[in-house]
Design a protein around this ligand. Structure first.
Ligand code: GLV
Length: 324
């Protein structure tokens, strides 16, 4: 019997491939120079593998899935908690399972959300840029005046694992924590009305999944509801915020500041955001600690090893009712 073949699209953190190696699987990819495969290349590779371990930068569309399903592709493991890069509904219809990496990156990503709250609220980017450019004239009582995060009202949008990890941190800052989510949580601070949360929060932090259901959830209209002192933080998916509208709000001063780790068309960043005042921009590093990225890789490769050996990994994405 030939051993299963697993396509690994990009280089993983050290040790990340161990579950596949230990299972004796044949590993295909990544390229020596770690450049991403094009859609055409993925399509070709999908014909000859049993599993794919991919990253959120790989678009796994219907075409790739149907070619894979017609051959031997049975499982796709996304090395990310979000999986809006995979047409997972089609995968399920075609009999292919999809897994993600829930649980292992919550705390690291929540740390990054707090980092952005602090950096954006306290204008650290502008202050440090001046200092590095030699433009700091010395201490001044009216310089770089930010807004406080301690005691502020935090509005968390999306109250899954990461949103809750942010809420725990916010308690330590003495914040009043409100949250909105698709389903009523019945927990203290729940707000059914997202518009109202936008109106009352001092800091808004986004923790929803990406995908069609949340595209531009924060649009120009909701930005206009926010306080002029509001700070918006996004460590979830760029598509949740209308970037052009956010850039305009920041330029116009209709909200105070923003901290963004994710963008609508990564790695492109909206040019008006690059020049927006009081804005901190990070290159999608929310989960980027050494330990967490390694655990994400292991979560994905363990899922593939388990599934191809007849098991049912706990991190398979649940099928929607009637998806078969
Ligand atoms: C990162 O953005 C992830 O979804 O894991």
């Amino acid at each position: 019997m030939t051993s299963p073949r697993v396509l690994v699209t990009r280089r993983l953190p050290e040790g990340g491939l161990d579950p596949l190696i230990n299972a004796g699987f044949e590993i295909v990819g990544p390229r020596d120079d770690d450049t991403p495969y094009s859609s055409e290349e993925l399509l070709g590779l999908a014909e000859s593998v049993d599993a794919i371990v991919c990253l959120l930068t790989d678009l796994i569309d219907y075409e790739i899935l149907s070619v894979g399903a017609a051959h031997s592709l049975r499982v796709i493991a996304n090395v990310a908690v979000g999986y809006d890069n995979i047409d997972w509904r089609s995968a399920h219809r075609l009999g292919i399972e999809v897994s993600n990496t829930p649980g292992v990156l919550d705390e690291t990503t929540a740390d990054a959300a707090v980092l952005l709250m602090l950096a954006a609220s306290r204008l650290t980017f502008a202050a440090e840029s001046d200092l590095r450019a030699g433009d700091w004239p010395g201490w001044g009582i009216t310089q770089y005046l930010g807004v406080d995060i301690h005691g502020a009202t935090l509005g968390i949008i999306g109250f899954g694992r990461i949103g809750r990890a942010v809420a725990r941190r916010a308690q330590g800052f003495g914040m009043r924590v409100l949250h909105h989510s698709r389903r009523e949580t019945g927990e203290p601070g729940y707000m059914d009305d997202l518009d109202e949360l936008c109106r009352v929060a001092d800091i808004i932090s986004i923790h929803t999944p990406g995908g069609p259901d949340t595209v531009h959830l924060i649009d120009g209209r909701r930005l206009a509801l926010m306080k002029t002192t509001a700070v918006l933080v996004n460590t979830a998916r760029g598509s949740v915020v209308d970037e052009a509208a956010l850039a305009e709000a920041l330029h116009a001063g209709s909200i105070f500041a923003a901290g963004l780790d994710v963008f609508e068309r990564e790695p492109e960043v909206h040019p008006r955001l690059l020049t927006a005042p009081r804005t901190v921009l990070l290159p999608h590093i929310g989960s980027a600690s050494q330990a967490t990225r390694r655990n994400m890789a292991l979560s994905a490769t363990n899922a593939v090893a388990q599934y191809l050996q007849g098991g049912r990994p706990a991190n398979l994405i649940a099928r929607e009712p009637n998806s078969d």
